[in-house]
Design a protein around this ligand. Sequence first.
Ligand code: PGA
Length: 254
Amino acid sequence: MATKHLIIGNWKMNPASAEDAKTIGKKTRSIAADLKRTEVVACPPFAFIPLAASRTSVKNFALGAQSASVDEAGAHTGDVSAAMLKSLEVEYVIAGHSEERAAGDTDETVSRRIGRILEAGMTAVVCVGEKVRAENGSHFDFLREQIKNTLNSVPKEKAKDVVLAYEPVWAIGAKEAMVPEQVHEMSIFVKKVFADVFSPEAAMKAKVLYGGSVNSRNAAEIMKIGQVDGLLVGRESVNPPGFAELLKAVDAIK
Ligand code: PGA
């Protein structure tokens, strides 16, 4: 069977209460269980991760986290280590989201986070994307550098544990997503750089996601025309009715 579509829900700092987190987790799991070709990952805020989990394993559903510490353990007040997340049965961890980069994360710290996530035996969902699109195409150079800087220290045998999420920063939390034809152009480029960093074989197997203002109406077109393996979804992932529609639309893609 072909590999499944991968839809990652980034809850960000939502919802406001534990009760709501339990409800969203439960609804997400029950939608996931009915899917055929799609794997759903919920990334709640750290405090709510255990609340989004179920006691038994659920078909097509995995837990994720929004970040992990650059450090392994010890005196780092406020931090959460990759090993802690692993012990909560987290399987995917986002690294380098643009909101964390805006708060001070750099390619160097993102690369250290990726190292911790991989060492702990989880999949790193590495976010990359340009802030602006330049007419002279300089955003391609920016993106190439960003991907190389963040992935250069990943050992070749760990390439299979890296998912690249291409998220043009200007399309995150915006009204409109990037148009699917442009997503296609960018997904080809991102795979090409991945091939340069690791190998063409690794790039063939790698999953590339698109993120930025994805909703139930645009998800299927972005996947089909954009030729991406999945989506990183913010707002729509904490809106169960909309997320259910989105997942059904994606699951219908053969
Ligand atoms: P959005 O967020 O879907 O709300 O635009 C996407 C993201 O930040 O990953």
